[in-house]
Design a binder for this molecule. Structure first.
Ligand SMILES: [Zn+2]
Length: 86
């Protein structure tokens, strides 16, 4: 029987493989991180656990993932993660 496996992605911070439904997809637009809730935005995406955000910023994982040298703004992602806790 054909079993449908969920696709897996690795978290940019801790590198653990995870079902993509358990990770947050983000994309870089200009120098701002956008949260791609519907997984419809084009371009390269960076996936991470909601809990791994602080690790990701410490390690500059977003810069590495997007091969972006400048300063990245996380306002939208920070707001999104804040609201998750409610
Ligand atoms: Zn993680």
């Amino acid at each position: 029987m054909f079993s449908k496996k969920p696709r897996q992605r690795s978290c940019i911070a801790c590198r653990k493989l995870e079902n993509w439904t358990d990770l947050v997809r983000t994309v870089l637009v200009g120098n701002e991180i956008k949260v791609d809730l519907k997984h419809r935005m084009g371009g390269r995406g960076a996936w991470l656990h909601a809990d791994c955000f602080s690790v990701a910023t410490e390690r500059r994982s977003f810069n590495h993932s997007f091969k972006f040298e400048g300063e990245i703004k996380f306002d939208e992602l920070e707001d999104y993660l804040k609201n998750l806790g409610n």
